[in-house]
Design a protein around this ligand. Structure first.
Ligand code: 5GP
Ligand code: ZN
Length: 127
């Protein structure tokens, strides 16, 4: 098996066991906020702010650390979608977009996702 095919095979195995892939595919329930051909956005089950939406690519990517050059349009789209959702949620006073990445970044679900947090003021630096 070529390296490319092997990597693709590994990603299929990851995706089969991935919580957010199951949510994207509709095999686990979620509260949808926005969706299009590239991404799906839904309310976080443990909200950390009055508005706490997760924006995830339909395609399984483990994390930002695993993204590559060819993912640039998708990554831009996710950021754009977060802005669109913020506008639709009326977050005119501002909001925060967070991408926890890897162990030190506090990532707990290994499917790339943006947190959109709004409806309250956020401190800096983050914890
Ligand atoms: P991370 O810690 O990886 O940056 O963020 C994962 C997020 O997914 C957490 O905020 C957590 O509350 C959320 N989460 C975990 N499991 C579920 C679930 O089954 N449904 C939804 N809607 N959110 C989840
Ligand atoms: Zn996944």
């Amino acid at each position: 098996m070529s390296r490319r095919k092997y990597v693709s095979f590994l990603y299929t195995v990851f995706a089969m066991n991935c919580l957010f892939c199951k949510i994207v595919e509709g095999n686990l329930p979620s509260a949808p906020v926005y969706q299009d051909e590239l991404c799906y956005a839904f309310s976080d089950i443990h909200p950390q702010a009055p508005v706490h939406v997760l924006v995830v690519p339909r395609e399984h990517i483990n994390s930002l650390a695993d993204s590559n050059e060819s993912d640039q349009p998708l990554l831009g789209h996710l950021l754009w979608a977060a802005g669109e959702i913020a506008r639709s949620q009326g977050l005119a006073k501002g909001y925060r977009v967070v991408v926890n990445t890897g162990q030190d970044g506090g990532q707990t679900v290994d499917h790339l996702h943006l947190h959109l947090l709004g409806g309250r003021a956020h401190g800096w630096p983050p914890g």
